[in-house]
Design a binder for this molecule. Structure first.
Ligand SMILES: NC(=O)c1ccc[n+]([C@@H]2O[C@H](COP(=O)([O-])OP(=O)(O)OC[C@H]3O[C@@H](n4cnc5c(N)ncnc54)[C@H](O)[C@@H]3O)[C@@H](O)[C@H]2O)c1
Ligand SMILES: O=c1ccn([C@@H]2O[C@H](COP(=O)(O)OP(=O)(O)O[C@H]3O[C@H](CO)[C@@H](O)[C@H](O)[C@H]3O)[C@@H](O)[C@H]2O)c(=O)[nH]1
Length: 457
């Protein structure tokens, strides 16, 4: 089977590479010439642990290539759509990239060959039908006869994308076409049976018990598949917002949220995942997906009030962090604040829609001077936040020199491993706000810092 993947971003580059490793000749289409050139040179277009070496190996083996044109669709058995679906200003999803990809696919389909078009992008209920109708209109071909559209949402997490794609807990296939479902079963067979995995082992960057992960392939209709994706992300957002509110309660009551979270997670009905305190969830997925599903639910008179509450709670969590800094420093006017971590989480260069831009924006409004550092995300953050007047520092210690406060937003290992005695000497006032409770074990208070986490006592 020949695979084509439209989009070479955080999902498309990993998806395309994964199917090449699983044994299918794969071509990635992207309209961005830089990404196409990089892939063809064996270079990863994004930072994702383990991905660069996988791409290099697959390109060298001639199993993976990239192009800006859609000609390869004619030969393909399966065409993934993995383009961006950002939010419009009202929170609803922007589908122009999906529409444009569908149109281009329709223009290049082979009329005498059954092709399966797969929506991997996160798209609202009904988008499979939309893609099918665009393709029918452009090609003059008939849906479910010459081609079929499948919803196959992606659940990878940035920073763990290789692991998540090769060892997923679930693969969701939504379609009304039994023929298309058969094609998808064949496509995922090597993943379900873990064949061709020997080649993969050297690229895995995290030691975990992969062999124990059993993947369930669940087949349903397209609408249900589309909804599973949104409500899963929304559920996880609610879960994080809940523990973040519990952290605030712990601050008021003198309890320790790390212990509370651990104790809760021992109940397998609750589980210990996504109960880690933060200044709020962020990134390229949760904010836009919660906004979209809330907007959709409101349009249909079935408002997801818990999701609405989580969105509000998330913003108030960002504000809560600022209030903590204010309580410690009183006026922030002309105070020097070092912010460590600009990406929405560690092990990614993705700085889209991170809490850092909200929190830094507020600190600036309050008159603070802000110096920042991030190991991988500085260039994207700078590109996305051109209006922010802040100092970008090559090394974390440059950001903390002369600081009145150090605010840790992202728990990169690099920050735990810093020489904290040097940090102590360089800072003017030794207040540290650790929004991930990540530095707790370093006992910074014993070194003389005024250390605060969230929900710790
Ligand atoms: N980032 C994640 O962790 C993640 C995880 C699961 C699902 N998703 C979903 O997957 C989709 C893609 O997300 P992403 O983060 O990979 O996006 P991205 O912005 O990183 O990448 C999208 C790519 O598509 C290309 N593109 C857009 N329109 C095109 C067209 N018509 N033809 C060819 N190329 C085109 C862009 O140039 C870009 O390289 C979104 O719907 C997202 O919600 C993302
Ligand atoms: O206990 C936790 C877990 C996460 N976060 C934050 O929540 C956000 C999202 O984290 P994570 O889910 O790990 O990152 P993503 O890469 O955005 O992955 C989510 O969004 C993807 C895109 O839809 C989905 O594919 C994944 O399944 C889903 O986990 C980040 O700001 C994290 O710091 C917390 O604050 N506490």
């Amino acid at each position: 089977m020949k695979v084509v993947c439209v989009g070479s971003g955080y999902v498309g580059s990993v998806t395309g590479t994964a199917f090449a490793i699983l044994g299918f000749p794969t071509i990635i289409i992207d309209m961005d010439g830089r990404k196409v050139k990089e892939i063809n040179e064996g270079i990863s277009p994004i930072y994702e642990p383990g991905l660069a070496s996988c791409i290099e190996q697959m390109v060298n083996a001639s199993r993976l290539s990239a192009t800006q044109t859609y000609d390869c669709v004619y030969q393909a058995d399966v065409v993934f759509i993995a383009v961006g679906t950002p939010s419009k200003p009202d929170g609803a999803v922007e589908l122009k990239y999906v529409r444009s990809a569908a149109k281009s696919i329709g223009e290049h389909l082979n009329p005498s060959h059954f092709t399966v078009i797969v929506n991997k992008s996160t798209v609202p209920v009904g988008t499979s039908d939309l893609v099918a109708s665009i393709i029918e209109e452009v090609s003059g071909l008939e849906n479910n006869r010459h081609f079929a559209v499948v919803s196959n949402p992606e659940f990878l997490r940035e920073g763990y994308a290789i692991e998540d794609v090769f060892f997923p807990e679930r693969i969701i296939i939504g379609s009304g076409s039994p023929k298309a479902k058969k094609v998808m079963q064949s496509l995922y067979k090597p993943l379900l049976e873990r064949t061709n995995y020997a080649e993969l082992a050297e690229h895995l960057t995290f030691a975990s018990n992969h062999a124990a992960t059993k993947t369930v392939l669940f087949e349903t209709d397209a609408k249900s598949a589309e909804l599973i994706k949104y409500v899963s992300n929304a559920f996880l957002s609610v879960k994080i917002s809940y523990i973040n509110e519990v952290a605030r309660l712990c601050d008021s009551l003198g309890a320790n949220v790390n212990d509370v979270s651990f104790g809760m997670g021992l109940d397998t009905r609750i589980g210990n995942k996504f109960l880690q305190v933060s200044s709020g969830w962020s990134g390229s997925c949760f904010p836009k997906d919660t906004a979209e599903i809330l907007s959709e639910s409101q349009k249909y008179g079935s408002e997801l009030t818990l999701v609405k509450a989580a969105i509000d709670s998330n913003i108030s969590m960002h504000d809560y962090c600022i209030q903590k800094i204010q309580r410690s420093l009183t006026s922030l006017n002309s105070k020097n604040i070092a912010v460590l971590g600009l990406t929405f989480k560690p092990n990614t260069d993705d700085a889209r829609h991170t809490q850092a831009s909200y929190i830094i924006g507020k600190l600036l409004q309050l008159g603070a001077n802000v110096s920042v550092h991030d190991p991988k995300g500085m260039s994207m953050f700078q590109q996305m936040n051109k209006g922010l007047q802040i100092r970008y520092c090559e090394r974390p210690i440059d950001a903390v020199a002369g600081a009145d406060a150090l605010v840790l937003l992202t728990h990169w290992d690099e920050y735990r491993l810093m020489n904290w005695e040097t940090v102590y000497k360089l800072m003017k006032n030794r207040y540290v706000l650790d929004t991930r409770n990540f530095l707790k074990k370093l006992n910074l208070s014993e070194l003389g810092f005024a250390y605060e986490g969230l929900g710790l006592h």
